[in-house]
Design a protein around this ligand. Structure first.
Ligand code: HEM
Length: 215
């Protein structure tokens, strides 16, 4: 039987391709969008990570979600530095969540408050993705908009406290394989992961509508 980390990866593979090739992501990675689109995207991430990271104290003690709550992953402080750089010191007054982002953040919050195993699905979908494809986005952002390498503007993608991302991801997959859930609950986690990907795609769709290419 496949390990749980293999199952969850395989189950979300198709949606991963969909997210990667979404119009907004393709335009972003293709260097066709302005820095305002990148800033707007970063704002949306702020709402999502605010939901992911504001309940971690309680979750750290949970037998299912606890092993995943690792401060070296936390992204909120890095996002705030990026937003200050992108939008200026008053960035807080100007940020707003798109309806798709609000729906995503609400679902994360709901899981964080009521269903720790569901929270694991959201945790996996974001952090393992940021540690992987996030590095491709960082590289492109630095080149397209001239941010200092691993500096302000792209700190979200820089995991200062994780020296070896490949080893970290291996450890993460081991924790997934050992998750304290029975088979039915594991199926529910996989379903929630697919929901998490769909919520991400929804945000990309909305951003694509807000930043259409004039060509
Ligand atoms: C253009 C955008 C993206 C690119 C270029 C990209 C690229 C990648 C790459 C190369 C990997 C392979 C990691 C490995 O084998 O260790 C990966 C893994 C992953 N990505 Fe993405 N990705 C993108 C967007 C996303 C998005 C939007 C999400 C979800 C929010 C996501 C979630 C994940 C997850 C969860 C994994 C880990 C899969 C696993 O090994 O279990 N990615 N990504």
């Amino acid at each position: 039987m496949d390990s749980f980390s293999t199952v969850i990866r395989a189950a979300s593979h198709e949606q991963h391709v969909e997210a990667e090739t979404s119009t907004f992501m393709s335009d972003l990675l293709g260097g066709r969008l302005g820095v305002d689109a990148y800033a707007r995207y970063t704002e949306q991430l702020w709402f999502v990570y605010e939901a992911l990271e504001s309940q971690t104290e309680g979750l750290a003690a949970d037998p299912v979600a606890g092993p995943f709550v690792q401060p070296e992953l936390f992204r909120l402080a890095a996002l705030e530095r990026d937003l200050e750089h992108l939008r200026g010191p008053d960035w807080r007054a100007g940020v707003s969540a798109l309806p798709a982002t609000r729906a995503y953040a609400e679902r994360v919050r709901e899981c964080a408050e009521r269903w720790p195993a569901g929270y694991v699905a959201h945790h996996y979908t974001r952090y393992l993705g940021d540690l992987s494809g996030g590095q491709i986005i960082r590289d492109k952002a630095e080149k397209t908009w001239g941010f200092e390498r691993k500096g302000d503007g792209v700190r979200f993608y820089v995991f200062e406290e994780i020296g070896n991302p490949a080893a970290f991801k291996r450890g993460y997959r081991e924790r997934l394989d050992e998750v304290r859930a029975d088979d039915l609950e594991k199926q529910r986690i996989v379903a929630e992961c697919k929901r998490a990907f769909a919520l991400n795609t929804g945000v990309f769709r909305a951003l694509g509508e807000e930043f259409p290419l004039s060509a």
